[in-house]
Design a protein around this ligand. Sequence first.
Ligand code: HEC
Length: 177
Amino acid sequence: MKRFYSHQLILSLAFFSAIFLAGCNIKGFFIKSSDDPVWVEPGKPAASAEGEASVDMNSPGAKVYKRICNACHGESGKGMAGIYPPLAGSALMQGDAAKPIKIVLHGFSGKIEREGQTYNGVMTGWGAALSDQDIADVLTFVRSSFGNTAGAVTASEVKGVRDATAGHSKPMAESEL
Ligand code: HEC
């Protein structure tokens, strides 16, 4: 009798702790608590202090950026002072689209001054590795991200510049853009 009793007690303890644990799980995984600061909607980028939450980091252009440009120009387009110029706030990036198109196709080199910093590096061209559509996508992404507000770039604009500069094989200097 005593034996049966303790057996029953263990079984009911196990039963109730299983219910209790399941309850914790349900609360942790399925109930969205509005005051939980780490909750992130699946598939949605976390909001950042810089107001970049509206940028679609899964767009085709963002993917090209993350794969290539990010390594030098940085996750938030700020570059590295004196080494990689910022794309965030860049007048060149947001101006006549032909200039950033030439830079991505052929590369960029020579001394430039940006926001009080001097840069004298070499960016190699990506014209052989990226399609017209990839370049249009990445430029559209950068021109509308990191606080930038310029318009979209189309694959046919990229093709136009690619055809017009076909003979070019070296990174361009600022005077050639
Ligand atoms: C290996 C490093 C590297 C990568 C990768 C890279 N860049 Fe650059 N980029 C540079 C450097 C260095 C310069 C400045 C060159 C100079 O000093 O003349 C530059 C300059 C630029 C400029 C001119 C900015 C301005 O305000 O003058 C643009 C636009 C640009 N890059 C876009 C891109 C894009 C878009 C990508 C991705 C497709 C990319 N870069 C990938 C290194 C890189």
